[in-house]
Design a protein around this ligand. Structure first.
Ligand code: PLP
Length: 712
């Protein structure tokens, strides 16, 4: 192969590596892997690192030896076609947004494991939202913060205690680029917090067709404190948090305008970014000479807000002094007094001393507000009703759009191939249609079941590899010499991974060890559980929960039946949701706003077993998974917990286990597979982010882009 040909291939690979599109295209991923599987693994599946470590002669040999060249050219062409295609949902339906896009603000974006600027569900949801906006071709830009120190990586010590470490991430090896000004220098925007300006650089990421801009204060123009401000996601105390949120909202909006982007709609995804519209108000007052009230009303008509949690600690609140100290300049420019400003963040007008709540700000600055599941909307109306004193609880204007997941990011490549084989390549664009999935019956039970067995097997090998790495680390040996005999690849495999927040009640299944022993170690019908998840660094109780799992693992009865994978992230989550038989979810109803991890198993053939909370409360029909307990809530959490634990054991003993092991003459659990197909049919079309983003478009974005006044 000539040098120039190698250079062309390298350029094409590098261009693919710079757009996150490759992360949800299995055929693109497989190219990197097939060039050099070993190097791909050593590069942690980061194509930029990978290409950096691959010299030209190795690239040439590999590509020639495996006839990969035509595959590279083909995928490269597909990327170009994807970016330029005019055949799309958005082309037909996004109307006015083609002139001015939606600006989607969020404090975190979970797009891929090589971009550690997320911590949990909110970030993953935001990442999936952008990916579907790209696939559907809906004009959108994302706005967030760049955290140079990732959330944290988790290790568990010998005593079962979580240790955190904060590796700094190198921008060199991420698919991000600084936004430059006309002269080729980094574009800088300044935002005042307190008594001085803080300067921000802007990173751009390409998520398919969608651009995501991340702001970062870690530059030389700032003093040390300011430089550290955006380093850690949700880091520091409230004094840091308010400044991060000023940077995100006000800095984010300002950055868009400086780049010439004048969004038609502001979507505030959770309260952290809710200062954003105030910058839009300030600019209207300045540029269009509107008075404060007119400008506020005009901005409100174009703003929509999504609330994401019923857990009180999830809503940022700042004391008046802190607001005044940081935002005195803005309050003065808006021409209002502190009291009027504070009222924007307080539910009750007769409250003159309470803190400033970012969620209330979001609710008040938007024309439409939504929760993320039907049940969460009910809870949210109850939580925030005091902001609408003249309304009955049922009339509080908070609706819902239930979350969904970006299917191609979570689907096993072999399942995608199965869908292509039986339903055609159109499955990718038809997945949010109910009728489409009814054809899953064309797949035979045997084929679906065997596919699933392979996926379970892959998961178990993955988990064993991770366990070996941990043991090798603890004992100072080579992972290659560690044998892990935990887990069995032919038995019922339950996955449970979450943040270890108290309301998620991770240890519910451990509450009666004897009963659990009887389930896991049944002589003919055994089962096993794979746990993963992080506790917040300051959450002692959450860390205790992890330790409780490790204590259970020391019990000889559970040694090979319960395992814990360290460092839960997108990479671990993807393996788990692809390979488990059952996805377990035991939150304290109604605290799980939606929950999305269970949605990721649906099209992979996994079944959910969950409390009727979040999305499951509107999804479960009794046959498309398993229901723990009922929809009653008890005022005493201890009573509720005891009741739910009983219900959990009962559903495992009476339904899950017998059905899983009830095999026909082909060795297939016919009832179980019927449930898998029923889940695909009834849930696949609804709980994906294409459906979700279409709902946002039709219900929120288009009315807001019209800018017409609204009922509330
Ligand atoms: C999907 C996902 C979550 C969110 O899961 P929940 O069901 O909301 O708990 C959190 N973390 C990771 C890494 C995920 O992939």
């Amino acid at each position: 192969m000539r040098e120039t040909e190698v250079a062309v291939l390298r350029r094409r690979l590098a261009e693919m590596a710079q757009n996150l599109w490759w992360t949800w295209e299995p055929e693109a991923i497989e190219i990197f892997r097939d060039i050099d599987p070993d190097l791909w693994r050593r590069s942690s599946h980061n194509p930029i690192v990978f290409l950096g470590n691959l010299n030209d002669s190795d690239l040439a040999t590999r590509v020639e030896g495996k006839a990969i060249e035509s595959r590279i050219n083909f995928q490269f062409r597909r990327l170009r076609e994807y970016l330029n295609s005019s055949q799309s949902y958005g082309q037909k339906h996004a109307g006015p947004l083609w002139r001015r896009p939606v600006a989607y603000f969020c404090a975190e974006f979970g797009l891929h494991e090589s971009l550690p600027v997320y911590c949990g569900g909110l970030g993953i949801l935001a990442g999936d939202h952008l990916k579907s906006a790209s696939d559907l071709n809906i004009p959108m830009v994302g706005v967030g913060l760049f955290y140079s120190h990732s959330y944290f990586s988790q290790r568990i010590d010998e005593s079962g205690w979580q240790q955190e470490n904060y590796p700094s991430s190198s921008t060199e090896t991420m698919p991000i680029r600084r936004v430059l000004d006309g002269k080729g220098n980094p574009l800088i925007v300044a935002v005042r917090t307190g008594d001085h300006d803080i300067r921000l650089q802007i990173w751009q990421l390409n998520v398919g067709r969608v651009r995501l801009f991340l702001l970062d204060s870690d530059i030389e123009d700032n003093d040390q404190t300011d430089r550290e401000m955006t380093r850690v996601l949700y880091g520091g105390g409230e004094a840091v948090r308010i400044r991060q949120e000023i940077v995100l909202g006000i800095g984010g909006y300002r950055a868009l305008r400086v780049m010439g982007i004048d969004p038609a709609v502001l979507h505030l995804n959770e309260g952290h970014c809710a200062f954003g519209p105030l910058e839009a108000v300030r600019l209207r007052m300045k540029e269009q000479a509107e008075d404060y009230r007119t400008a506020l009303e005009n901005v409100r008509r174009r703003t929509v807000f999504t609330t994401h949690t019923p857990v009180d600690a999830g809503h940022d609140r700042f004391p008046p002094d802190l607001v005044k100290a940081n935002l005195g300049w803005l309050i003065a420019e808006l021409g209002i007094d502190l009291e009027e400003f504070m009222a924007l963040g307080r539910t009750r007008t007769d409250d003159h001393s309470g803190p400033f709540c970012m969620t209330v700000l979001g609710l008040k600055l938007s024309r439409r507000r939504n929760a993320v599941s039907a049940l969460h909307a009910e809870t949210s109306r109850r939580m925030w009703k005091s902001a609408w004193l003249n309304r009955e609880e049922g009339d509080v204007p908070i609706g819902h759009i239930t979350n969904g997941v970006h299917v191609k990011s979570w689907l096993a490549p072999s399942m995608a191939r199965l869908y292509v084989r039986h339903l055609g390549k159109v499955w990718e664009t038809r997945m949010s249609f109910y009728e489409f999935w009814q054809d899953i019956d064309r797949v035979s039970d045997i084929e679906l079941w065997e596919e699933h067995q392979v996926l379970r097997d892959q998961l178990i090998r993955f988990v064993r590899r991770r366990l070996a790495l941990r043991l090798a680390r603890l004992h100072g040996t080579d992972p290659a010499h560690v044998t892990v005999d935990a887990l069995d690849n032919g038995i019922l495999t339950v996955g449970f991974s979450r943040r270890f927040a108290t309301y998620k009640r991770v240890a519910l299944i451990l509450s009666d060890p004897d009963r659990l022993d009887a389930i896991l170690n049944h002589p003919e019908r055994p089962a096993q559980i794979i746990f993963a998840g992080k506790a917040h660094p300051q959450d002692h109780e959450g860390k205790r929960l992890i330790q409780q799992i490790f204590e259970a693992m020391r019990d000889p009865r559970f040694r090979s039946r319960i395992v814990f994978i360290e460092d839960y992230d997108i990479w671990v989550a993807r393996h788990m949701v692809q390979g488990v038989d059952l996805w377990l979810n035991t939150p304290e109803r109604p605290k799980e706003a939606c929950g999305t991890s269970g949605q990721k198993v649906l099209l992979n053939g996994g079944l959910n077993c969950s409390i009727l909370d979040g999305w499951w409360a509107e999804a479960a029909d009794g046959l498309n998974g398993f229901i723990i307990g009922d929809d009653r809530e008890h005022a005493d959490p201890a009573v509720q917990r005891a009741r739910d634990a009983q219900a959990l054991y009962r559903v495992l003993e009476e339904q899950v286990v017998p059905e899983f092991y009830d095999r026909n003459e082909h060795g297939v659990p016919a009832c179980w597979v019927r449930r898998m197909k029923h889940a695909i049919k009834t849930l696949g079309w609804r709980f994906n982010s294409d459906r979700m983003v279409k709902d946002y478009l039709l219900e929120l974005y288009l009315p807001a882009a019209g800018g017409k006044s609204c009922a509330f």
